[in-house]
Design a protein around this ligand. Structure first.
Ligand SMILES: [Zn+2]
Length: 394
């Protein structure tokens, strides 16, 4: 039996609007937040598919002027955050305005960072505010209100309180994090994910699954996020294989989008663990996409935590699998085997070298894996142990 700590607080978006075609509500929702909308589009494909024009039409119908910008490809870097913040400051963005970020996790994170920086009286770089590498600067003003609209089902960024910001020179991948940064509205329209490729669907889906699992067993776990993470796994595990085969399956697309949202609420409140710690390092040192890195690291991370997380993993196994062995060890192991088989079905590599990681990059991955995610891992992981783990996975 779990004995959750009945002493916690819970952060969530102020409003969640979820549903097939829910993007059509963007005008009425934005009208509750501001008189003008600064719209960040995550990709050219959204423009080409007519999604951005459709949103601008809806906002226009609600009487809201729109200023648009396009995110660069890839995960947001310090320079891009600073440039977009300055550009929208120059356009007069401030109190009374709201932001709408549409795209994958990278675009949502960029939108969240810019929304946070715009109203700050100190005109600092985003780098000053980042965990680990910043100057300790704190957000003193509330971010501008933000509507987060995901177009992939994975990071759950629409419900989290951080934005992951990268730098390649010097290399780091760190969070701008504040309770104030949870988006005011999460507007989740699973129909927008139908065009996501099988590969991206597999990787982002594994990210959501990893977030549910890591937040469930983390040492910071609390009861409501655990209930949401379990529900996320119930939805995502059976849906992912079929929807990678046929991206048009509506119930499976809905299930995955909902699982991603739940995983975001869970991780915002409970944190993550070893898989996400190493995934951040793989992202910055070897440019491995986040979801793929999580997918590769999930099973090794669970094996590494098995001795201390047997009981919660067994709880999950009994809820998620049709038949499980009676002992906690047997049930937890059965869940890890199930996940191993899912990764194999999805074609997830098992070796770091298959991700383009060179052997001489392994030492640099060790310090880069330490951070907020690893601090929540069910047990402490030493540098030596991390080095051995990475070596064994190479
Ligand atoms: Zn993740």
């Amino acid at each position: 039996m779990l004995s959750p700590p009945f002493d916690y607080s819970l952060l969530m978006p102020g409003q969640i609007r979820f549903g097939w075609g829910a993007r059509r509500h963007v005008g009425s929702l934005a009208a509750t937040l501001g008189r003008r909308v600064f719209l960040l589009s995550g990709s050219r494909a959204l423009t080409e598919r007519g999604v951005i024009a459709e949103l601008v039409d809806e906002l226009d119908r609600a009487g809201l002027p729109v200023i648009t910008a396009m995110a660069a490809a890839g995960e947001p870097v310090v320079g891009e955050v600073d440039r977009l913040t300055q550009s929208w400051r120059d356009a007069g963005a401030g109190p009374g305005d709201c932001l709408l970020a549409v795209g994958g996790g990278s675009a949502l994170d960029l939108g969240k960072a810019v929304a946070a920086l715009l109203p700050q009286p100190a005109r600092l770089s985003v780098r000053d505010y980042l965990e680990g590498v910043g100057t300790g600067a704190q957000l003193t003003a509330d971010p501008l209100p933000l509507i987060a609209m995901p177009t992939t089902s994975g990071t759950g960024s629409e419900a989290t309180k951080n934005a992951v910001i990268s730098s390649y020179e010097p290399p780091f991948k760190k969070s701008l994090r504040s309770d104030r940064m949870v988006p005011r509205i999460a507007l989740v329209d699973p129909e927008l994910t139908v065009s996501v490729s099988p590969t991206i669907t597999a990787h982002t889906g594994m990210d959501a699954i990893t977030q549910c699992l890591e937040s469930y067993i983390t040492r910071k776990a609390t009861p409501i996020p655990q209930a949401l993470a379990l529900q996320g796994l119930k939805l995502a595990l059976p849906a992912l294989g079929p929807v990678v085969q046929d991206g048009t399956l509506r119930p499976e697309r809905e299930a995955l989008a909902h699982a991603a949202l739940l995983s975001g609420i869970a991780l915002a409140n409970s944190g993550l663990g070893l898989a996400h710690g190493v995934a951040a390092a793989l992202g910055i040192q070897a440019k491995v996409p986040h979801g793929l890195a999580c997918a590769v690291m999930l099973v090794p991370a669970l094996h590494s935590n098995l001795a201390v997380a047997e009981s919660p993993l067994a709880e999950l196994a009994r809820e998620l699998l049709p038949r499980t062995p009676g002992s906690d060890h047997g049930a937890a192991s059965a869940l890890i085997e199930h996940l191993t088989a899912l990764c194999a079905e999805l074609g997830i590599p098992t070796r770091l070298r298959e991700l383009g990681v060179a052997r001489d990059q392994l030492p640099a991955l060790v310090p880069a894996s330490h951070g907020n995610s690893l601090s929540g891992n069910p047990r402490a992981v030493s540098d030596d142990e991390l080095r051995d783990l990475l070596e064994s996975l190479w």
